[in-house]
Design a protein around this ligand. Structure first.
Ligand code: SF4
Length: 213
């Protein structure tokens, strides 16, 4: 991290991002916490669009954790067979349902969520943030892992280190907004090739953009 980037008040610097994307709905079209947990697991290395497409039929047959707990993993296959790693994901979802029992007992914190199969820090951060819980970290997906080093808020390309750097440099009350904001920015503006810097709301603090000048 450069001296300049170190001296930046990142909570303030990224406020245009929070304003632009802060109220934007998560791309996964979930209706409740149970659906969110299942869809977050299914979306790993698959697209949100595809998960949104297959989810209604899945939830029609398995509308709650309680119903899901009675299923066998192979009962899910006809609904999820186009999803990457669908066999393991089906096993994880059914295991979680059996362990949790019903929707009311879905864990609400990092420790509880990451003990469940198929849920790592990234997924837990999404679930905690979207359910309005107290943030315990920052979502670092492929987009955040690209945008954050370009901005200069981290020098690392390792998700754990990127998350640690962002958590150190942004106030906890913005952690969820920061992760989601960088995700949306990465999807729409800060693309891998030819980022659209002239229309980026945080171009004034971005190291990558400064080097272009
Ligand atoms: S200014 Fe360009 S490189 Fe920097 S975050 Fe915005 S789009 Fe990405």
């Amino acid at each position: 991290m450069s001296k300049e980037a170190e001296n930046i008040d990142w909570s303030r610097a990224l406020s245009p991002l929070f304003r632009k994307y802060g109220k934007r709905k998560h791309p996964l079209d979930y209706k409740n916490l149970y659906q969110l947990v299942v869809m977050v697991i299914l979306s790993s290395r698959s697209t949100d669009v595809f998960v949104n497409k297959i989810a209604p039929a899945l939830f029609k047959s398995f509308p709650s954790m309680k119903k899901m707990a009675k299923a066998r993993p192979e009962d899910l296959f006809p609904f999820v067979h186009g999803i990457t790693n669908f066999r393991h994901k089906s096993e994880w979802i059914v295991s979680i349902a059996r362990e949790v029992g019903d929707d009311e007992h879905i864990p609400a914190d990092m420790e509880g969520l990451t003990k469940l199969p198929g849920i790592g820090r990234k997924s837990a951060n999404v679930i905690i943030g979207e359910s309005g819980g107290k943030p315990e970290g920052v979502i670092v997906d492929l987009h955040v892992a690209r945008v954050a080093p370009r901005l200069g808020i981290t020098r690392s390309d390792k998700p754990d280190k990127i998350e640690e750097n962002i958590m150190k440099r942004i106030s906890p009350k913005y952690w969820h907004q920061a992760g989601m904001g960088m995700t949306f920015l990465g999807r729409e503006v800060c693309r891998p090739k030819n980022p659209k810097c002239p229309e980026c709301p945080v171009r004034n603090v971005c190291e990558y953009n400064a080097k272009l000048k």
